[in-house]
Ligand binder design. Sequence first.
Ligand code: BG6
Length: 511
Amino acid sequence: MSDAPGSGSNPLLDGLRIEPTPDPTTLVIFGASGDLTRRKLLPALYQLSRGQRLPARFSVIGVARSEMNDDEFRRQFHDSLKEFAGVEKADEVSGTLVRGLSYLFGEMDDPALYARLARTLQESHAPDGVLFYLAIPPTVYGKVVEQLGAAGLTRPSTPTGWRRVIVEKPFGTDLDSARALNAVLHQHLEESQIFRIDHYLGKETVQNLLVFRFANGMFEPVWNRRYIDHVQITAAETVGVERRAAYYEQAGALRDMVQNHLMQLLSLIAMEPPITFSAENVRDRKLDALLSIQPLLEDGAKTNVIRAQYSPGWVNGSEVPGYREEQGVSATSVTETYVALRAQLDSWRWAGVPFYIRTGKRLAKRTTEIAIQFRRPPLHIFKRVSPTPIASNLLVVNVQPDEGISVRFEAKLPGSRMQLAPVMMNFRYGSAFGSAVPEAYETLLLDAMLGDPTLFARHDFVEASWALITPVHEAWRTSGPAAIPMYEAGEWSPREADAMMAADGRRWRTL
Ligand code: BG6
């Protein structure tokens, strides 16, 4: 977590922060000229450096196929700060970072590249704590790790050194490919050296779920089937497929959002309390939660999983094309840009409590939230004087953009009559702590340098998640090129998703 400006202004925070600093680190970014590096990684490094969170000895070696020299790479760093971090002019922070930047180019499967990398590491006396970041296409993850292994780069050269690898998403495209990738990684690395990114885990509000549940006495006793009616997890986006059609056509919303981000959110809500906050205890309990989900096809894919695709419409006052008209998308594509699903957990805590998940592009509003809907009180004793049905209590975790937690409860309307109305009690990160919420990539990069894998996906979680959704893809594939339901861009959900809820006597929340 970085020290954002203004964080000292809240007396609650005074003296509370204990910020560990990593050991000397060399960060080797594969894919250094790519989009992720420019948009996320370089700005995150700048913010970490500004908050004095980077080790005193820190250097970055960018590796990519594009031919570039160190100076060009440094210029790219400045451009990326300008474009994505609002840093107009070079300053002391960027100056310090720039001095530690260097660049190597070559083909990812060419052993000569790795020999040069090994030489650079040795000759530049770079720190022997080396973090390799794979910001490259998923088809080359395995190749790069094999080359690192063959060049002896996965083992430190000094007793105090370490080697770790951050693997970006997507981690596989189905259960078999995820298993195969895990097998390649495990040939060259211990699991403790592998950091599989899911950037949702780096979001402040997502981390806060653990604190909210397990550092408070009043929520956990009601966090179960006796008091909770159902859970709704929504990740709605207003953007379309942007310039990623080539990837998205193959992926679709189920792979792109559900297999990773939304399954992570579900497991944090559903998990049992870990014995300690150690990475393995936390990840064991999250895995249990995931493994307790009934196969999604049990009632037939049609009823538990709904897919749909956006057609032309209006979003935020602008007319937008349908998915099939987007550049790079097939005019007959049946790739889903929306998924809604119902997950039932076979666990003591959650038996009979459905978890509904929905995510989509080109929806009416950008918002990610988790809504826990409680059961109604057993009796409406105010029925005679206030006949409107009581609204159930609701606890909403706003993951983004308005980070916070809200609770809805019934209150008496002021006046001489006994009339009831639902009201909200709100906690907002910004106003409570007077500080900006750090970017997920800052948190995750720092944790990887510190060697803390708590917020990264373990091999068995990734595989369990693919095991759940791969049969759905299979069913879609074998059902042939059937028509996919459509929703108009800017709408909230396709009719089919509303019908799934209605069949359970429930409704999606209007956001
Ligand atoms: C990415 C997906 O993992 O997450 C994108 O590939 C999606 O399609 C993005 O837009 C959403 O992330 P965030 O942080 O904006 O909610």
